[in-house]
Each structure stands twice: as structure tokens, then as C-alpha cells.
Design a protein around this ligand. Structure first.
Ligand code: SAH
Length: 339
């Protein structure tokens, strides 16, 4: 039984079919509604023109049709757009839409704020307000595609929050993306600070999504300075979980590495990275240009090319992620709900 006023987005097809049957309507009505909602992307019954008016009215009184409400929107010179919006169950989060050649990536938030407090990240300064529900994560993509009518080809869980500390909601959103919005799992990336339990749960899954791990330093002492959680969860423990993940799924992971001047760009860092990436861990490295955060003293390393070269010479596949949207604070680690 679905409770009165439940967000329509939380219903399974079976829920909807039961509701339709309870109203004495033919079974195909459930298919029609599902098609309007998820394939056509129609978020309101009034627009579902081939349904009887009475049924549309019954939908209005049985369910709610909440959408994120835009509070502020900015657009970067490079086309990146950042939305600050209020979620259906309250709380402000940011979502970023990043067009690049034929790719259109949506960067979604998985929590309102973040509990990790990473010292170089703007979101880290906010603290955690609450967990997002699965449908609230899914709606960030749904609204960009069907309300703002922007194309979406890829989704990354790299906005505010730590996806693996909101595991069930994130996986519910993932299933919505693939099963309701028809996205390929290959085009969905989950990024984590390194929660071994969560990584091991992901290792059991069969869908070919991508996993990224925010390493930032393979030297434990350096990593602890950047990521407070690293004092409680050791790199060995994370590495073991990643190894299991790679073996079980026969996959590679991506290691994210924000290159910071004088912090994690030394020759020792290169050697530590090389040691980290060895069987069973199979990984490519993604060097990230640091996006400045007001009030934080970190600076991006000028040696990013050299660092990449050095890693490549050691046989490590290494790419550079160019900063996008930084002029309007829409870049990685700049999501801080400033308007
Ligand atoms: N909590 C998850 C999801 C956040 S993803 C995780 O840690 O992976 C956001 C990515 O941007 C992470 O790799 C994060 O470490 C990185 N990041 C944070 N602040 C940044 C900044 N100022 N510039 C560039 N990247 C940053």
C-alpha cells in the first residue's frame, strides 16, 4: 500500500498497477502513466492528455508530484551550469551540468552538505545536514533533462556528499537512472572517499557502472592531513576492498588525485602511487586541477604535466581532468551553496 500524498517518483510499477486496479481501471492505464512519467518525462497529470480526466484528478489527490525548486542558477563561460535548488523534503543542494563536446554530464549531490570535512574542499566546510532520499537524487537528473530540457549522457556522483555513506539511496537513484530513465550503467560513475564496506557491496553488483576513489595521496600521513576520515580508515583497508572490487568485477577503478602545490606532488608521492597501483588493484589515475576555495590556503600544483609524465613513464595510465566551471564556483570541490 502506498500512503496518500506519496511522491509519485517513489512508486514501483507494481504499486502503480495496484493503484490503477483499485480504481477499477484497465491494466494498460498503468503502462500509460508510467510512460508519461518516465519515458516522456511529464511531471504532472494535467499534461497526460490520453488519460480520462477523472483518473488524472484521482492521481492528483492520491500522490504528490514534487520537483526540485531552483533558488539560484549560474552559467560558466565554458557552458557549465550550476543549479542551487531546494529538494522536495527540504534542504539546499547543488547540481552541475557540464557540456563537453558530445558529452553532457550531470554531477549530482548525494547528501545535503557533507560529513567528511576534507580540508581542501568547500563542501567539507558545511557539515552534514541530512541524507537525500533516492528519488531526490534521481530528480536532479530528471529535472535537468525533462524540466530544463538539457541533454544528459553521463551522470557522476561527485557533487555534495559521500555516496557510500548514503548507500541505499544512491543505489535506488542508480536503478532509477538505468531502469526508468534508460541510461547505460557504463555512463554512471560513483565517486567515494573510500568506505571499504560500501566498496565491497558495490563489488557484488553486476551492472557495469564506474567507480572512482578519491585517493589524493598514497602516503598515509599526507592523506590524513587532507582527509580527516583517513585517520580512522587505513589505506591498506581501502586498497584491499578495491582489490576485491577489481577482481570480482574484472574492472578497473579510477583514482582521483587533486594535485596540490607542495603537498602531494613530490617524487615520494609518485613512488607511493606506483606502489598503490599494483595487482589486485587495477587503476587509471585522473589528476584533477585544483579549484581554489575562498578562505583555504591550498594552491593547484604547476607540475601537473610533469607529474603525469612521471607516472606514465612508470606504466601508469594517467589523464588530467581540466577544471570546468571554476569561474562560477561550479567546479569539483567548490559546491558550497554560496549565492
Ligand atoms: N565524497 C566523494 C564525492 C565527492 S567527488 C569523494 O570524495 O569522492 C568530488 C571530487 O572533487 C573528489 O575527488 C574531491 O576530493 C574533489 N575535490 C574536492 N575539492 C576540490 C577542489 N577544490 N578542487 C578540485 N577537486 C576537488
Amino acid at each position: 500500500m502506498v500512503s496518500v500524498g506519496a511522491p509519485i517518483w517513489t512508486l514501483s510499477f507494481e504499486d502503480l498497477a495496484a493503484w490503477v486496479q483499485d480504481r477499477g481501471q484497465p491494466a494498460y492505464r498503468a503502462q500509460q502513466i508510467w510512460h508519461w512519467l518516465w519515458e516522456k518525462g511529464t511531471p504532472a497529470p494535467t499534461l497526460m492528455s490520453d488519460l480520462p480526466v477523472a483518473l488524472r484528478q484521482q492521481m492528483e489527490s492520491s500522490f504528490s508530484f514534487p520537483l526540485p525548486q531552483i533558488v539560484h542558477e549560474v552559467q560558466s563561460r565554458d557552458g557549465t551550469r550550476k543549479l542551487l535548488w531546494e529538494m522536495p523534503e527540504g534542504g539546499l543542494v547543488e547540481t552541475v551540468w557540464i557540456p563537453h563536446k558530445s558529452r553532457y554530464t550531470v554531477c549530482v549531490s548525494s547528501q545535503v552538505g557533507c560529513s567528511l570535512n576534507c580540508t581542501f574542499c568547500a563542501t567539507g566546510q558545511l557539515g552534514l545536514e541530512r541524507q537525500l532520499k533516492g528519488y531526490e537524487i534521481l530528480l536532479q537528473v530528471y529535472a535537468i533533462r525533462h524540466v530544463l530540457k538539457l541533454p544528459v549522457s553521463h551522470v557522476v556522483f561527485m557533487g555534495m556528499g559521500e555516496p557510500l555513506l548514503n548507500y541505499s539511496a544512491v543505489m535506488e537513484a542508480f536503478e532509477g537512472l538505468t531502469q526508468r530513465l534508460g541510461m547505460s550503467p557504463r555512463r554512471i560513475t560513483i565517486s567515494t572517499v573510500g568506505i571499504p564496506k560500501g566498496i565491497l557491496r558495490l563489488a557484488q553488483r553486476k551492472e557495469p557502472f564506474e567507480l572512482a576513489f578519491s585517493l589524493h595521496s598514497a602516503i598515509p600521513e599526507t592523506r590524513k592531513k587532507l582527509i580527516p576520515l583517513a585517520t580512522h580508515i587505513s589505506l591498506e583497508e581501502i586498497r584491499a576492498a578495491l582489490g576485491t572490487y577489481c577482481e570480482k568485477r574484472r574492472e578497473w577503478v579510477t583514482l582521483e588525485y587533486v594535485l596540490l602545490e607542495g603537498i602531494n606532488d613530490t617524487p615520494q608521492d609518485i613512488e607511493a602511487l606506483r606502489a598503490f597501483v599494483s595487482p589486485p588493484v587495477r587503476a587509471k589515475i585522473n589528476l584533477i586541477e585544483y579549484n581554489p576555495v575562498p578562505g583555504l590556503a591550498y594552491r593547484g600544483s604547476r607540475r601537473i604535466r610533469e607529474f603525469q609524465q612521471a607516472l606514465m613513464q612508470r606504466g601508469l595510465l594517467t589523464t588530467i581532468r581540466r577544471s570546468r566551471g571554476a569561474d562560477v564556483a561550479a567546479g569539483c570541490g567548490q559546491l558550497a551553496r554560496r549565492t
